[in-house]
Design a protein around this ligand. Structure first.
Ligand SMILES: *Cc1c(COP(=O)(O)O)cnc(C)c1O
Length: 371
């Protein structure tokens, strides 16, 4: 069996190679590189896809989060509720603007923010609730909306891992007052470099974001607010337009691969439970096992590449030391960090490769008395 990478975009890109090449060639003779027609086209397409009135392209997912927070007027001294089990960007976007993340442990089943713990964490300083639909699995949005509206606190979605997921038939990235996403190359919808976007239905927030991403200006050389440079460039926008047409199909293909995994893995294997009333947009497929590190080395020897999402949770990272959390602050998140292993998942992964991966996992578990 050939080596199985953790992820490759090779097959995806083969499927659209003619369009990709045409687009890159066209760009090389274009005189429009920044804030041009390709961006406008993609922004229209993505706002339609997201069922929101506005989409604003930005430089990357981190900036999308940061600018979303800024657009709500969140500043130093404010608190933002966020999940402890997430990629570090979700948390650093909050600390980067001087606000304080108030972290909440994960739900043992969905691995998303445990909505039952949000109410207790709300204070007078709470200015937003940040949701992350981790690995593509939507949060319990209804429950969280109930709490948010009770206190009149806006929701921000970090939809970087869930492009195209549905909750009660409605697409993620359309629930929050403002929603941030990343088009990092390996995300479900990915550029050929860094890229991100924000969606919203609020015209005032849209105006704010248009300014913040471009030196506080949406009229040449007139700066109304303090801003930065975070623009989604024409090349990436044109690539994203091509890939957006395929997203639904690719999401379905990934869902089928997950079905194969679930059928072939040992029957007592534990994995993320899909949130009720939702259709995920699978980004990462993790299983939960004891002796995870040994399993990772074992699979590596068998030519199967895996990854860990995430080996050190944000609250235990050195960069977050000043938040005052310590070991055991979030026991469920820490347990997930110690036991989750992410298996290969990409368009072009073959059923017989999944069969091979599952056989090796079963062998490891039996040998170690873990099954
Ligand atoms: C990828 C990701 C980001 C950050 O995106 P970048 O484009 O790499 O800055 C933020 N949040 C989550 C949940 C992500 O998975």
């Amino acid at each position: 069996m050939d080596k199985i990478p953790f992820v490759t975009l090779e097959y995806q890109h083969k499927e659209i190679s003619v369009a990709l090449q045409r687009s890159l060639l066209e760009m090389s003779s274009s005189n429009n590189f920044i804030l041009g027609p390709k961006l406008q086209k993609f922004e229209n397409e993505f706002s339609k896809f997201s069922n929101t009135a506005f989409c604003i392209g930005v430089g990357n997912g981190f900036d999308a989060l940061k600018i979303s927070l800024l657009s709500l007027g969140i500043k130093a001294g404010d608190e933002v509720i966020a999940p402890s089990h997430t990629f570090i960007a979700s948390i650093l976007a909050i600390t980067d603007i001087g606000a304080t993340p108030i972290l909440i442990d994960a739900d043992t089943k969905t691995y998303n923010i445990d909505y039952k713990k949000i109410d207790d964490a709300i204070t007078k300083k709470t200015k937003a609730i940040l949701l992350v639909h981790l690995y593509g699995n939507p949060c319990e949005i209804d429950k969280i909306q109930d709490i948010a509206s009770q206190y009149n606190i806006p929701i921000i979605e970090d939809n970087a891992q869930a492009h195209g997921a549905l909750y009660k038939g409605k697409i993620t990235g359309s629930f929050g007052k403002v929603n941030a996403t990343s088009f990092y190359p390996t995300k479900n919808l990915g550029a050929l470099g860094d890229a991100g976007a924000i969606t919203t239905n609020d015209p005032f927030i849209n105006e704010q974001i248009l300014k913040i991403r471009n030196y506080g200006s949406n009229q040449k050389y007139i700066s109304d607010v303090s801003g930065c440079n975070s623009r989604l460039d024409e090349i990436q926008a044109s690539i994203l337009s091509i890939k957006l047409k395929k997203l639904e199909k690719w999401n379905k293909e990934k869902a089928k691969l997950i079905d194969v995994y679930k059928k072939l893995l040992p029957s007592n294997t534990q994995y993320q439970q899909i949130t009720k009333n939702s259709i995920p947009a699978y980004h990462i497929f993790t299983i939960k096992v004891n002796r995870r590190n040994e399993l990772q080395s074992f699979l590596n020897e068998k030519g199967i590449k895996t990854q860990i999402h995430y080996p050190i949770p944000p609250h235990l990272q050195k960069c977050c030391q000043n938040l005052g959390y310590k070991k055991n602050s979030f026991p469920i998140t820490e347990e997930l960090s110690n036991t989750l292993i992410s298996l290969p998942l990409y368009i072009g992964l073959k059923e017989e490769q999944i069969q091979y991966i599952c056989t090796q996992i079963e062998y490891f578990l039996n040998k170690n008395g873990l099954s």
